[in-house]
Design a protein around this ligand. Structure first.
Ligand SMILES: Cc1cc2nc3c(=O)[nH]c(=O)nc-3n(C[C@H](O)[C@H](O)[C@H](O)COP(=O)(O)OP(=O)(O)OC[C@H]3O[C@@H](n4cnc5c(N)ncnc54)[C@H](O)[C@@H]3O)c2cc1C
Length: 382
């Protein structure tokens, strides 16, 4: 299995608990240094995705599984709820969100009166707000340690600094892999090539899933989607946050709008915004994206954050915003196309036994990780 992000770890745990012998190859020196540690840490309710899509199904199922799992394994989390807010002209967009949520089986959204908005979040200045009580936050690092703990307890392991370079299927349908051990891309440390054989191969390489797929000989490479990177920048709010809940405006193309998230440590940040980086070369070295992406947040973007946030928090001051962190979404639809669904291809989709590949695992991948683990087990083991 390739990739020790939160999705890779959730799949590995699920397969190990089902009695499989699992080794997770991770090119970096520890788990979860990619997108899994560069997100909002929000347990999404499942409001925005088209009914029947895998994003909708796995988000809603994953949310329940994640709350249950976090409670049972002392993973730091909090069911703090969120407000989706709008001005007078956003009323229809909010009503559409409620309709979409309901079609996804999320029936707990409630409209708040002006008094209720003022009581719950007095710093807000909006005409309309929907309360989503099942939205929450999770500490992703605490989650990943719990998942890896379950994996190792069940006899599996994460092999760090182990980069999948090539794979091919042998006549007996097992997978022969070539692994480069002990390096970082462009690093000077000594590297060795090792061969590894396994009955199944799962590509959960996140940003590099397309590049890994192009190194799997014989796999249906025509099914590998063109990938585009869309960076999401965050601005941290210095000082105390006046909000107790997550605050989201109505979504914008490519993202959910500049919203306020609160982390489990009590810090508040705005974002992520959408900075479209464009298409990436599928023939790049697999596992090289993490080092090649510029994760710096340009301070010039802070004016835009202040402008967006002022629509619902007029007292925001540009002086309280500082550049925060950023993450990158692996998009599999171009900027001007409707958002794509998660793409999880198993043997029934591409005809190759023992192979599952995951593409476009953007939000709500964190929320959905345990449900995705179950779905991959189903594809491989029935
Ligand atoms: C800005 C942003 C905000 C988000 N916010 C949320 C949110 O609030 N809630 C939510 O539910 N979701 C959110 N998401 C989505 C969520 O973070 C991702 O869906 C999830 O982290 C993806 O996990 P992953 O395991 O697929 O990928 P990753 O975490 O990227 O893991 C892939 C791993 O594969 C490794 N790898 C790559 N190539 C190789 C190779 N050749 N050999 C070995 N290893 C390799 C990488 O080093 C990496 O560790 C957000 C995403 C972004 C970008």
């Amino acid at each position: 299995m390739v990739g020790a992000g939160v999705i890779g770890l959730a799949i590995a745990r699920e397969l190990a608990l089902a009695g499989q012998e699992v080794v997770v190859l991770e090119s970096e020196s520890r788990h979860g240094t990619g997108t899994s540690s560069r997100n909002s840490g929000v347990i999404h309710a499942g409001l925005y995705y088209p009914a029947g899509s895998q994003k909708a199904l796995w988000c809603v199922r994953g949310k329940h599984l994640l709350y249950e799992y976090a409670a049972s394994r002392q993973v730091v989390h909090a069911n703090i709820g969120k407000l989706i807010v709008g001005r007078a002209e956003d009323e229809q967009a909010l009503a559409n969100i409620q309709k979409k949520a309901s079609a996804n089986g999320v029936d707990d959204l409630t409209w708040l009166s002006a008094n209720q908005i003022g009581e719950l979040e007095p710093a807000l200045s909006v005409e309309h707000a929907l309360l989503s009580p099942s939205t929450g936050i999770v500490d992703v690092h605490s989650l990943m340690y719990a998942l890896e703990g379950d994996l190792t307890d069940a006899g599996g392991m994460v092999a760090v600094q182990s980069r999948l370079m090539w794979a091919e299927q042998l006549a007996d349908q097992s997978w022969q892999m070539k692994i480069r051990v002990g390096d970082a891309p462009g690093g000077a440390s000594a590297t060795e090539e090792h061969a590894l054989q396994a009955g199944t191969l799962i590509n959960a390489a996140g940003l590099d899933a397309d590049a890994v797929a192009m190194r799997i000989k014989g796999a249906c490479q025509s099914l590998v989607p063109q990938t585009y990177f869309a960076k999401g920048n965050y601005a941290s709010l210095s000082g105390r946050s006046p909000f107790k809940r997550l605050i989201y405006p109505v979504p914008v193309p490519g993202g959910l709008g500049t919203h306020l998230t609160i982390d489990t440590g009590g810090g508040a940040q705005f974002g992520p915004d959408v900075e479209w980086l464009g298409s990436v070369d599928p023939h790049r070295e697999p596992g090289s994206s993490h080092a090649s992406v510029n994760y710096q947040v340009d301070p010039a973007r802070l004016d835009g954050f202040a402008r967006d946030v002022a629509r619902w928090w007029p007292d925001v001051s540009r002086d309280r915003l500082v550049p925060g962190y950023s993450g990158v979404r692996p998009k599999i639809a171009p900027l001007d196309a409707p958002a794509a669904d998660f793409m999880v291809l198993g043997p029934a989709d591409h005809g190759q036994a023992g192979l599952v590949q995951l593409f476009g695992m953007e939000s709500p991948g964190l929320t959905a990780c345990l449900a995705i683990g179950q779905a991959v087990r189903q594809k491989l083991l029935g």
